[in-house]
Design a protein around this ligand. Sequence first.
Ligand code: IPE
Ligand code: IPE
Ligand code: MG
Length: 255
Amino acid sequence: MNLRPARKESHDSPATATTVADPTHGAQHVAIIMDGNGRWAKKKHLPRALGHKKGVEAVRNIVRAAGEMGINVLTLYAFSSENWSRPEDEISDLMGLLRQYIQSDIEEFVENGIKLKVIGNYKALEPDIVKLIEDALDRTAGNDRMVLAIALNYGAQDEIVRAMQNVAQAVKRGELTPEQIAPEHLNEALDTADLPPLDLLIRTSGEIRLSNFLLWQAAYSELYFTDVLWPDFDKRELQRALKSFGDRQRRFGGR
Ligand code: IPE
Ligand code: IPE
Ligand code: MG
């Protein structure tokens, strides 16, 4: 992937900028399970839809912050393959917000060098959304400042099954024997094939589970769980998560 090195200039407060040379603490690829919109709304006696709306504002802020901090890849879990089990009106609210978000923020992606990517079976979404997504993918394909990967109709088990099907087709074509199948073949067949390894996986809202997100890719990721509800997750919270990442000792099985 042709990404420029992390930018060193910082838009942080002077204190942070002088004490931290690299605001990413070395995290190239950060993923977030953006959870807690419903509980945020409930706490404020608001309809869930408003929680999701506020959640989109948090997305906008975090995408900007991640770009400013020099994160190379930000992967956001926006709609899971299991979220179809929610009531129809909530699904329709979420799809409406997705439409609006792409339409209103595409110019900013183009201007700020953000390359959009979608993981998950997005082609099963409504045709007009698929078109919006594909136009946005085309328009941002040449950008190289940050990749924003949005997980839509994404489930890791579904992704792994689709990848296995591709590998099985290669076996069927005689390009590979079953014994030759190695992790690299799966890596190359996953939706994330062109992304660097996942360094940090964040989940908001206090739930300590992965909910079928990036199960393969998280093999050696650092995990960060916070009680903060997604609509309240801001640049400071992202900085906190990155600081925690920077304080970890990654061993990858070594010593
Ligand atoms: C995350 O917030 C948004 C999506 C899953 C689309 P939730 O809607 O799951 O909020 P909670 O977990 O009910 O608080
Ligand atoms: C995970 O959140 C999916 C997204 C954030 C898009 P959920 O709210 O769907 O997860 P569970 O149901 O609590 O595991
Ligand atoms: Mg939830």
